[in-house]
Design a protein around this ligand. Structure first.
Ligand SMILES: Cc1cc2nc3c(=O)[nH]c(=O)nc-3n(C[C@H](O)[C@H](O)[C@H](O)COP(=O)(O)OP(=O)(O)OC[C@H]3O[C@@H](n4cnc5c(N)ncnc54)[C@H](O)[C@@H]3O)c2cc1C
Length: 337
């Protein structure tokens, strides 16, 4: 099938998290036609957005039980009732498995059910995921605490939780050590430790000196038990293979990220050395009309409000191009008549 035989949507939004829903909202309010893939159940479960419970670092968000999902659902319901509803075409519970740029410049997308779609502009908002710690090859022991956010991943979002708490960082690199140093300096936690979970510590001399200054202890033995009240999600500490046990009421995981850049790479978009997609200031990649917003975009803070701002910049840039094209056609008609 060629693009001539099928409907070509103006904009395809891939991803239904913070950046994706803001892209949808801005697109339909700009009066553009949006084809929306929020992702399959599997896509959703492996996204960062899914794991966000409380959001305390944004004004007005403290009351939500699921800080991204709940307001997104409200927004999509509002669009469905609004005068802009006809601009939105949602392929529910569906993800995108491939994107290809056609010879005519339009994009061909295949979804998780084998459906084929075409769009002139694409905005990719598939996000990233934090690498989870494994305990005897299982991530299960950490999940009750990760769900309750007594084990956390995002410093700027949840660093303030450690105030007055014995705290530990799971990781083994200088990056993990900097998380420990920063939290100790900012919140003066009663104790701070780094748990390498059997990995060999790999710290620079600079962080070693600071760890010494702040009495940050390193435990390099494997973790054999995460101790706490699983049902309440209250963390109490860790037991190590060495036989030692520590008290810890809050942990951060600092093991790096998995970047969901497969679709960007398929169309030939450039990524940096960590896998984040490189764009111009409006979010367009080196591939004409292929945009990226949210955590996936290189060089921006990994936050809800930055995801929103990126999405708005991109959708407004797309709308500028759509208007310019329409304007040029109207002027040509006027001059030809
Ligand atoms: C535990 C935790 C707490 C956090 N707390 C805060 C906070 O308090 N404040 C804050 O500002 N930020 C917070 N963050 C960061 C925030 O979650 C991210 O910055 C934000 O979710 C980024 O939005 P995004 O749209 O790029 O990605 P996400 O919100 O993760 O959304 C990715 C979307 O892509 C979809 N998807 C993936 N693959 C495909 C595919 N192939 N096809 C279609 N769809 C696909 C998924 O279904 C998902 O809908 C937190 C993060 C974590 C992990």
């Amino acid at each position: 099938m060629s693009t001539n035989e099928s409907r070509i949507y103006q904009i395809a939004v891939i991803g239904g998290g913070a950046a994706g829903v803001m892209s949808v909202l801005r697109g339909v309010l700009n009066n553009d036609e949006v084809l929306f893939f929020p992702g399959s159940a599997k896509d959703k479960k492996r996204s960062r957005g899914f794991w966000v419970a409380k959001v305390e670092n944004m004004p007005g968000y403290q009351g939500y039980k699921k800080g991204i999902e709940n307001p997104n659902k409200d927004t999509l319901e509002w669009i469905a009732e609004s005068e802009f509803k006809d601009n939105l075409h949602t392929i529910e519970k569906t993800g995108v498995t491939s994107v290809e740029r056609m010879a005519d410049g339009n994009f061909k997308l295949e979804d998780t059910n084998g459906g084929i779609h075409f769009a002139k502009y694409v905005i990719l908002c598939t996000g990233i995921m934090d690498v989870q710690p494994h305990f005897k090859e299982s991530i299960q022991p950490i999940l009750p605490y990760a769900n309750a956010q007594t084990v956390d991943y995002c410093l700027r979002c949840d660093g303030h939780h450690v105030l007055d708490k014995h705290t530990s960082i799971i990781g083994h690199t200088s990056g993990a050590a900097w998380v420990a140093i920063m939290l100790k300096e900012r919140y003066n936690t009663p104790s701070m430790s780094i748990l390498t979970n059997g990995e060999r510590p790999d710290f620079s001399d600079e962080v070693k000196e600071l760890m010494d200054l702040y009495k940050i202890e390193v435990f390099d033995s494997e973790i054999v038990e995460v101790v706490g009240d699983k049902r309440a999600g209250q963390l109490h500490g860790y037991k190590f293979a060495s036989g030692r046990q520590i008290e810890s009421y809050f942990s951060f995981v600092s093991l790096g990220t998995i970047v969901y850049n497969e679709l960007a790479k398929q169309v030939g978009a450039n990524v940096d050395d960590r896998g984040y997609v490189v764009t111009d200031a409006k979010g367009m990649t080196n591939i004409e009309n292929f945009y990226v917003a949210g955590d996936l975009r290189a060089g921006f803070k990994k936050q809800i409000y930055t995801a929103w701002d990126m999405a708005v910049d991109s959708l407004d840039d797309i709308n500028r191009k759509i208007r310019a094209e329409k304007r040029a056609k109207l002027l040509a008609q006027k001059r030809g008549s």
